[in-house]
Design a protein around this ligand. Sequence first.
Ligand SMILES: *[C@@H]1O[C@H](CO)[C@@H](O)[C@H](O)[C@H]1NC(C)=O
Ligand SMILES: *[C@@H]1O[C@H](CO)[C@@H](O)[C@H](O)[C@H]1NC(C)=O
Ligand SMILES: *[C@@H]1O[C@H](CO)[C@@H](O)[C@H](O)[C@H]1NC(C)=O
Ligand SMILES: *[C@@H]1O[C@H](CO)[C@@H](O)[C@H](O)[C@H]1NC(C)=O
Ligand SMILES: *[C@@H]1O[C@H](CO)[C@@H](O)[C@H](O)[C@H]1NC(C)=O
Ligand SMILES: *[C@@H]1O[C@H](CO)[C@@H](O)[C@H](O)[C@H]1NC(C)=O
Length: 287
Amino acid sequence: MIFAPVVLSFALASVKLVAAQNSTASNNTGLGVAAIEAHFTQAELVPSLLPTFDPSAVLTLSFTGVGDVSPGQALTQQQVQPVPSLSLTPANSTVELSGNYTIVMADAGPVGTDESQGQTRHWLVNGATVANGSAPLNVSTTGAVAITKYGGPAPAAGSGPHRYAILLYAQPESFKAPDGLNAPDTPISVFNLQDYVKNSGLGALVAGTYITVANGADNSSIPATSAVVSSTLSAPQPSGSGNSSTHASGSGSAGAAQPTGSSSAAGMTIVSLQNVVAAAFVGLFFL
Ligand SMILES: *[C@@H]1O[C@H](CO)[C@@H](O)[C@H](O)[C@H]1NC(C)=O
Ligand SMILES: *[C@@H]1O[C@H](CO)[C@@H](O)[C@H](O)[C@H]1NC(C)=O
Ligand SMILES: *[C@@H]1O[C@H](CO)[C@@H](O)[C@H](O)[C@H]1NC(C)=O
Ligand SMILES: *[C@@H]1O[C@H](CO)[C@@H](O)[C@H](O)[C@H]1NC(C)=O
Ligand SMILES: *[C@@H]1O[C@H](CO)[C@@H](O)[C@H](O)[C@H]1NC(C)=O
Ligand SMILES: *[C@@H]1O[C@H](CO)[C@@H](O)[C@H](O)[C@H]1NC(C)=O
C-alpha cells in the first residue's frame, strides 16, 4: 500500500485533466471515438480481425439485465443470451447516418487467434437503419433481414476469454449478399469477416465495440484478453492538439479484465499510461 498515495495523485491528476477538457468541449464523443479505437488496438482486434478501425460514431451495446456495456467488458454466457440493443452517437455534427446498415457479431476468439481461419458468426443483419433525431440514435432491425439470428456466445470450456466484436457497416445500394449468406435464418457458422465485407460490397465500418465471454477457467496457454478499463483509457490527441488526454470520467467498467503490459510499439504509450491510471483506480478502491 506504500505506493497508494503516489497512484492516487496520478488518479487525481487525470481527473483534473479531464475536467479541464470537458469544460472546453461541448461533449466528449470525439474522445469516445478515439477511445474505442484504442480499445480495438489494445485487444489486438486491430490488425488481426480488422486491418484498420476508424469509426465515425460510438456504438453503445446494451443487454437486458445488464444495461450499457463498456468496451471489452467481461460478461457471462447467461448475460449475453438476450438480443442486445444498439445505439449510436455520431462523432460530430458532420457525420450523417442514413440508409441501410449491416450488423455483424463475430467471435474473434482469445487474443492470439489466427483470424485467417475465420470467425464464428453470431449475428448478421442486413438492412438495419438508424433513427433520426438527437443522439443516442437507436439502431433498428425492423424491416431488416436477419441472415443469422442473434445467438449468444458459447465459447468452448476452458478456451479462455473470447472477444466478440459487434460491428456496424454502411450497406450501400450496391451491396449484394454473397451466396450462402443471402437468406434469412442461416444458422450460426464459421465465416470470414473480411471476405464477407469485400465480397458483398459493404461500405465503411461506421462503429463497433466488443465484449469478452469465457466458459469456465482458462486452461489455454493463450494470454488473457487485455481488455482495457474504458474509464481510464488515454485517447489519442484530437487533431490540431499536441496534448494527449486521459478519459477518466464515467463509471468504472465492472468486470473488465486487467490490462496487460504487452502491446505493439504503437500502442505502448497508451498501454503504459493506462496501466498507471488503472493502478491508480485500484489504489483508490483500496484506500
Ligand atoms: C467528424 O468525424 C469524422 C469521423 O470521425 C471525421 O472524419 C471528421 O474529420 C470530423 N469532422 C470534424 C469537423 O471534426
Ligand atoms: C456531441 O457533439 C456532436 C457534435 O456537436 C454531436 O453530433 C453529438 O450528437 C453530440 N453527442 C451528444 C451525446 O450530445
Ligand atoms: C431519417 O430521415 C431520412 C430523411 O429525412 C429518411 O429517409 C429516413 O428514412 C429516416 N430514417 C428513419 C430510420 O426514420
Ligand atoms: C431506444 O431504444 C431503447 C432500448 O431499446 C428504448 O428504451 C428507447 O425508448 C429507444 N429510444 C427511442 C427514441 O426510440
Ligand atoms: C481445457 O478444459 C476443457 C474442459 O474444461 C477441456 O475440454 C479441454 O481439453 C482443456 N484444454 C486444454 C488445452 O487443456
Ligand atoms: C435499404 O434496403 C431496402 C431493402 O431492405 C431497400 O429496399 C432500400 O432500397 C435500401 N436503401 C438504400 C438506401 O440502400
